[in-house]
Design a protein around this ligand. Structure first.
Ligand code: NAP
Length: 299
């Protein structure tokens, strides 16, 4: 069996598959742990009443999987070719052949798509508050977005920045209520409602963002040292077009057994259609996918 992706979905599948004594290789292009490694505190994974960091949680999952025999490889998957009973997985480090495949490759961070964003990435524009927050000690930063990620990032940044603008395109946050309450009570956070960032400007580093009020169309500029973009994610399925059915958002369509449209190929976690994109559901999906894959293999 091959598992693509080393986040909670892939690691959970790895634990189940390895305990089932399936010869299993997990392929991960970056660090083990997936997107949740950027969370300094996960408060909603059962069993951790005081919370746990994303790194500690996924490292424990990794140790648990390796203990039962999971092998991991660092490589980027570039193509999947279903060849009758065998699935060929092409990677930057060579080809793998598997009788069953679990796709758990998660999602990519969405971009704003405005002028200056690409130019200033790494020079004031960031997609990871946990990674880059400390560079903005006593500075003024903006977070763009209104979901759990944006609000979590804004709260995280209050530990470093002197002021955090949270810029959202509506007048209502999408984030979980408990996070909203914390942010609304945090004096360092100033909400900028119903506003879209239209441009990111600077010289060597970011120094200004241009905003447009979505209702009145009025434009203004805000002086900031950093911009954290937290406007959601999209499934990382570019290499899967034509291999398995994807929904209109590009997520892998699965049934309740995590079976995709292709026999012997399963999907789990953020990459699959209908995911609620939480660690707990990703881990659950991984278990379902591995049990279904074992049944498919007849073991
Ligand atoms: P999300 O829930 O999809 O929210 C994306 C936010 O960005 C929305 O508020 C959206 O606005 C805004 N947005 C989207 N495109 C935009 C654009 N082009 N310009 C400006 N704003 C834009 O994404 P997320 O916050 O990354 O969360 C993803 C998943 O991870 C969710 O399921 C979330 O629950 C989970 N997560 C959970 C936690 C936690 O603590 N439990 C932490 C982080 C993430 P609208 O609201 O107007 O659509």
């Amino acid at each position: 069996m091959v598992i693509i992706g080393g986040g909670p979905a892939g690691l959970s599948a790895g634990i189940y598959a390895s305990r089932g004594r399936l010869k299993t290789i997990l392929i991960e292009k970056g660090a083990i742990g997936g997107a949740i490694v950027n969370a300094s505190l996960v408060e909603n994974y059962p069993g951790f009443p005081d919370g746990v960091s994303g790194i500690d949680l996924t490292q424990a999952m990794y140790r648990q999987a390796v203990k039962f025999g999971l092998e991991t490889v660092t490589a980027e998957v570039t193509a999947v070719v279903p060849e009758a009973e065998v699935k060929l997985v092409r990677t930057t480090e060579g080809d793998y052949r598997a009788r069953a495949l679990i796709i758990a490759g998660g999602s990519e961070r969405a971009k704003l798509g405005v002028p200056g964003e690409a130019e200033f990435t790494g020079r004031g524009v960031s997609y990871c508050a946990t990674c880059d927050g400390a560079f903005f000690r006593d500075k003024v930063v903006a977070v763009v977005g209104g979901g759990d990620s944006a609000v979590t990032d804004a709260l995280e940044l209050t530990h470093f920045a002197r002021k955090v603008f949270l810029i959202h395109r509506r007048h209502e946050l999408r984030a979980t209520r408990v996070l909203q309450e914390r942010a609304l009570n945090e004096k360092k956070i100033e909400f900028v409602w119903e506003s879209a960032v239209t441009e990111i400007k600077g010289e060597k580093f970011v120094n200004t963002i241009r905003l447009r009020h979505v209702k009145t169309g009025a434009e203004n500029e805000l002086a900031v040292d950093g911009v954290f973009v937290s406007v959601g994610n999209y499934p990382a399925t570019a290499y899967l077009k034509g291999v398995v059915a994807l929904d209109s958002n590009g997520a892998v369509v699965v049934n309740e057994k995590m079976e995709t449209s292709a026999r012997g190929i399963f999907a789990a976690g953020d990459i699959r259609s209908g995911s609620i994109r939480q660690v707990i559901s990703a881990a659950g999906d991984g278990a379902v996918a591995a049990v279904s894959a074992a049944a498919y293999l007849g073991v």
